[in-house]
Design a protein around this ligand. Structure first.
Ligand SMILES: [Fe+2]
Length: 334
């Protein structure tokens, strides 16, 4: 087949046997592919995986809608067809339940709270290039998963902001405190402190056991990476998600800054100003792409091109997630 990214959407729809919409409009998913007759998702994926991956690599986000996908097992198989074997969720920051092999609930974070924009595992030396979400039970009220194009963010940021992060990188400080957030045993999936210490030593992460179950760790990573396939520079870090100004004021009253569950600084330890954070808030407000989940929606994201978030919700909501294609941070990049 000729390259799908140069085909008209009409030809593309014919070639893929589904209705393809490509949009550069603000607030609209760049690629939406809707099944014509509720085709079986796995069989369709086998026939179209190269084209879908080509669309994903060019546009960063592809929403598949209306396909027949029977639960977590089918999602797992369909994800494998497109993206390869799903990865285990290690070095956790989010409470998740494993539902089938390496398919997880997207998060069991409290439903009344927003989850701010982030790229998955971008605080970790090993991260996943791809992530997918699958809507098993649509939310009763709200609960969308807004996404945003981080390549556009890269061009939107003030030059000085970008250069400061390029020069300094991002420092992460994380505290695990009994009864607050995830326990160290859950994060590292072990009961053995020696194994935790070894893991941290092996990964060049500074640590301190502040109390029996209170572990404080810190590390620095570059703020910018090169996309492993397109080779373009991408904004890839967890700085925004961990900035203290995004915390609920009640939490800030309760914790000293050094004890916050997850907090970010410039790589040299200096503060990131609220003005800098405002650039991100403005961008995400203007450029977030949000759509109501429909049952069996399958959203495929290039995790280095698109950030995701979650709006608060009420009632039921089951969104599953899977990640694949591990890569290592290039630590030489500034
Ligand atoms: Fe996430």
């Amino acid at each position: 087949m000729e390259k799908v990214t140069i085909m008209s959407t009409e030809d593309l729809s014919t070639a893929l046997g589904a209705e393809v919409k490509i949009s550069s409009e603000i607030g609209v998913c760049p690629v939406t592919i809707t099944a014509k007759n509720n085709e079986n998702g796995i069989e369709w994926a086998k026939k179209t995986k190269e084209s879908v991956n080509e669309l994903l690599l060019k546009n960063g986000a592809v929403l598949l809608r209306g396909f027949t996908i029977e639960g977590a097992a089918d999602f797992n198989t369909m994800f494998k067809v497109f993206a390869g074997d799903p990865l285990e969720y290690k070095n956790r920051t989010s409470p998740r339940d494993q539902v089938y092999e390496n398919v997880y609930t997207s998060t069991s974070h409290p439903k009344d709270q927003e989850i701010h924009m982030h790229t998955e595992n971008s605080y970790s030396k090993t991260f996943n290039r791809l992530i997918a979400f699958f809507c098993l039970v649509p939310p009763d009220v709200e609960g969308e998963t807004p996404i945003a194009d981080e390549r556009k963010l890269f061009n939107y940021l003030q030059k000085e902001t970008l250069e400061a992060f390029r020069k300094k990188g991002v420092k992460y400080v994380r505290n695990t405190i009994p009864g607050v957030g995830l326990d160290w045993r859950t994060i590292y999936q072990t009961e053995d402190k020696n194994q935790v210490n070894k893991y941290l030593d092996d990964n060049g992460i500074g640590y301190e056991w502040v109390g029996d179950d209170h572990l404080r760790i810190q590390w620095v990573l570059p703020a910018i990476q090169k996309h492993p396939i397109t080779n373009e520079e991408v904004w890839f870090n967890h700085m925004y998600f961990g900035h203290k100004s995004l915390y609920d004021p009640m939490v800030l009253e309760f914790f000293e800054e050094k004890d916050l569950p997850f907090v970010t600084y410039f790589g040299d330890g200096s503060e990131i100003s609220d003005e800098v954070i405002q650039e991100f808030k403005d961008f995400y407000k203007e450029h977030a792409i949000s759509f109501p989940w429909q049952k069996n929606d399958f959203l495929l994201l290039d995790n280095m091109m698109f950030a995701h978030s979650r709006r608060p919700y009420d009632g039921k909501r089951t969104i599953l997630t899977a990640m694949s294609q591990p890569h290592q941070f290039n630590l030489d990049l500034k």
